[in-house]
Design a protein around this ligand. Sequence first.
Ligand code: ASP
Length: 415
Amino acid sequence: MKKLGLTTRIMVGLALGILFGLILSPFSKTPFVKDVVIDSVLAFFGGAFINLMKVMIVPLVSVSLAMGAASIGDIKKLRRIGTKVLGFYFATTAIAVAIGLFVAKITGVGKGMKMGELPVGEFKVAEQDKLINVLLDMVPKNIVNAMSEEKMLAIIIFFLLLGVAITALGDKVKNIKVILEEANELVLKMVELIMEVAPIGVFALISKVVASTGVDVLLKLVGFVVVTLIAFVIHTGVYQIMLVSMAKMSPIKFFKKFLKVISVAFSTSSSNATIPVNIETLSENFGVSEEISSFTIPLGATVNMDGTAIMQGVAAVFIANLYNIHLGPTQYLGIILTAVLASVGTAGVPGAGMLMLSLVLKQAGLPLEGIGVVIGVDRIIDMFRTVVNITGDAVCTIVVARSENEITDMEKFNN
Ligand code: ASP
């Protein structure tokens, strides 16, 4: 029998995981199911897969980024690519919040609901560091610390610098360049090998989420969940328009080739954990040069969070409606601005967007207690918004790569 392709195996893992989670769900409070099945077996296999993906982030990003910068070798070009991609990242995020606000406003989500009848979970308001400290933290001061703590922006700056220095020195360091190129092949191969266990990891992660999310909470907040999902779907329309008009690529083809990355994002709820497979897929399935993707994907996983911004927009309107607070045009504008900034500050890890929601609510003068309500369904929404987040990174990367003639393999791009 022919071995099924990896993407198909991952999708089977996903479907079986949902099924298994649903079967477990009614028993999720019994000690055996909770302690042994959910919190031990599923937690181990799911956690192990996330760890394996994460262990590749620093090696892959550092090596391919240095190699990429060394091959581009032209600071002006690097600057141009950086500016372009950041422009796309910010513009798409602003559109994303606007879509979230619009859909939430016209559906009136949360209107008529009574606070007392809703489950209120615990939440921690994010401690806000001074902006200057946040910015300073992006400038690398200790590369070992930056790598061990996955400080993406610091890592990006350091290895870009290394690549530029390699170019500047030219033949004097030609061996290092060769070593980097070979190391890059190696780490990509390692990602490919790790992806072989993805079906099991995805199965475990999904069944754990499905089994432990209370159906009652989901039913009570179904309006909020559905409105958020609708806004996600509408926003993918923006990506489709970008793909067709700027990259000359059919969206159906894109999503087919991108399914593997989507399922990893969906099950891990982490843009960071998805970085390795995103870079690998863009290169293997779309022929995008790693010189571009090794720079834009980690950057996007750190600053570009369209799904998170949408959730924050919808949540703000939902909470305003819940508390019968009227939002005027200036508040809407304020929400757009803060949600764009808050999504930039959101780390690519599960649940981070919810912590940053406090910033948006505070700015709009909305009660922070509202977070306690929406947090009940956050795990579910997080899976979808992470998919939107990383899809945005990939689409902007493809568009920029196309405009820079950095699709190195047009056959892979068109196939
Ligand atoms: N989990 C999201 C991500 O990694 C961030 C968020 O919580 O919104 O992209």
